[in-house]
Design a protein around this ligand. Structure first.
Ligand SMILES: [Zn+2]
Length: 455
């Protein structure tokens, strides 16, 4: 039963560590919801007005689009946030991409509210000059699909209008677990098909995907399908340990173990099919109390602290390899590779290419663990590396098969340097962004030092 009383839930700027933001009453938006039973319920119509206002008032950072329509023809709004005056980061590299969706289940309002707040926090912060928000929007694109199931939302039901559980309708081991109402086939529903199409078209390079629900206060990472830890367990455990050590006590677990076996979810699809680091964020189910004036930032403050951590550090949620040195001897080369990211890779290889880009030599695959370094040696004749060629490093962003391949040039004409190594060979090509690259005299020593760190 919906009660149309004009509940105003004030929204204050969150207390942020940088303390750059001051509360400004003129910036205070209303939580666009009405109380329904023990929930505060935001209708699709209210959301539509709200996100269009955001776009109208903030054209420099808000790019509003629709991922498609629900079964009943309602737009699935995606709020895209970034400093759109810059196509790339200030240093010319590509911005990181974060994908967030909410409202798969139409009666899980706080999950939808957390998606709403994840967008609104950065809009408010940008407008108030909050250092963290500005930095995030200058270096990242946030894509936030706030309400995936507007038809179910507006009639206060878990299902979509066809009585399908949208979070069992994805094309990843669809309908292979005990479940109810997964639909007639994977992506049989307009909402899930539109979400997958949006992901394919716009965020395939994402290094974070968070899908928001309510029920039990917990954060779930893959798999729902299997009890085993996922291949990138190191990444998920590292995030879990950091969050639990200093941000929130919220439990962070494999979904199958932390909740129950589930299949065809957007989380398992995002990880297993798209190769994203993926989390299901479940807020607890104690909703806003009608008649109260609870502040959404306070109600979801701890959840937002976790989201801000995940977003601010998105650069680290993949392998980030840098070649420190390539030492050449008569019968082989030795390569020193550092991983600054928190995901491992098992599929790295070094290529030598002609000036025209033809690969004349590629090393066997090697691995580099998260936040670690590897020194690898290959038997190969020195003659292979003539012709003024260049080196490329080829690797997957994460361990999982679906992870995207990265092929990056190790050095360029200005950074290629040859010096005699202590082994009588040569050192070629120092990492472009490594401060050591300018201190040639230290490189030989650093190569030796790092060899002791190999796993
Ligand atoms: Zn849910």
């Amino acid at each position: 039963m919906r009660v149309a009383i004009g509940l105003v839930v004030c929204m204050l700027m969150a207390v942020v560590p940088t303390a750059a933001a001051q509360y400004d009453p003129s910036q205070t938006p209303m939580w666009p919801g009405d109380p329904i039973d023990s929930h505060v319920h935001m209708t699709w119509a209210a959301l539509t007005l709200e996100v269009n206002d955001w776009a109208d008032e903030n054209p420099d950072i808000v790019d509003l689009t629709s991922a498609g329509k629900s079964e009943l023809g309602r737009d699935l709004w995606v709020v895209r946030l970034s400093d759109w005056s810059m196509e790339t980061k200030a240093n010319g590299s590509a911005k990181e991409i974060v994908y967030i969706d909410g409202g798969h289940h139409g009666n899980e309002y706080l999950g939808t509210a957390l998606a709403w707040l994840s967008a609104k926090w950065y809009i408010n912060g940008w407008n108030e000059g909050n250092e963290e928000a500005v930095e995030v929007l200058q270096n990242n694109e946030l894509h936030v699909l706030i309400m995936l199931n507007p038809d179910g939302n507006d009639i206060d039901t878990r299902w979509n209008i066809n009585q399908v559980d949208l979070n069992r309708n994805y094309d990843h081991y669809w309908n292979t677990c005990p479940t109810t109402q997964p639909g007639s086939s994977a992506f049989s529903e307009a909402e899930t098909a539109a979400n997958a199409a949006y992901i394919d078209a716009n965020v395939v390079d994402a290094d974070l995907y968070v899908t928001m629900h309510t029920g039990v206060w917990i954060i779930l990472y893959p798999w729902g399908k299997w009890p085993e830890q996922p291949p990138d367990w190191e990444l998920f455990w590292s995030i879990r340990d950091t969050v639990n050590a200093g941000i929130s006590d919220i439990p962070i677990q494999n979904a199958n173990q932390g909740l129950y076996p589930n299949c065809g979810t957007s989380r398992d699809y995002g990880y297993g099919q798209m190769g994203f680091p993926t989390f299901t964020f479940e807020t607890d189910d104690e909703q806003f109390i009608p008649g109260s004036f609870e502040n959404i930032n306070e109600r979801l403050g701890e959840e937002m602290d976790v989201m801000r951590y995940l977003i601010s550090n998105v650069w680290y949620w993949r392998a980030r390899l840098t070649v420190q040195s390539i030492a050449m001897a008569d019968d082989g080369i030795t390569v020193d590779v550092v991983n600054d990211g928190q995901a491992s890779t098992a599929n790295a290889s070094l290529e030598y290419r002609t000036p025209l880009g033809e690969v004349v030599w590629a090393s066997p695959m090697f691995g580099v663990n998260a936040t670690n370094s590897s020194t690898v040696s290959f038997s190969v004749g020195k003659d292979t590396f003539e012709d003024d060629g260049y080196w490329n490093l080829n690797y997957q962003k994460r361990v999982i098969n679906a992870a995207i391949w990265v092929n990056e040039t190790v050095d360029n004409a200005t950074s290629v340097t040859m010096v005699e190594s202590e082994e009588g060979g040569f050192l070629i090509g120092f990492g472009l962004f490594n401060p050591l690259a300018v201190i040639l005299g230290m490189i030989g020593a650093s190569v030796y030092a790092r060899r002791e760190d190999i796993e």
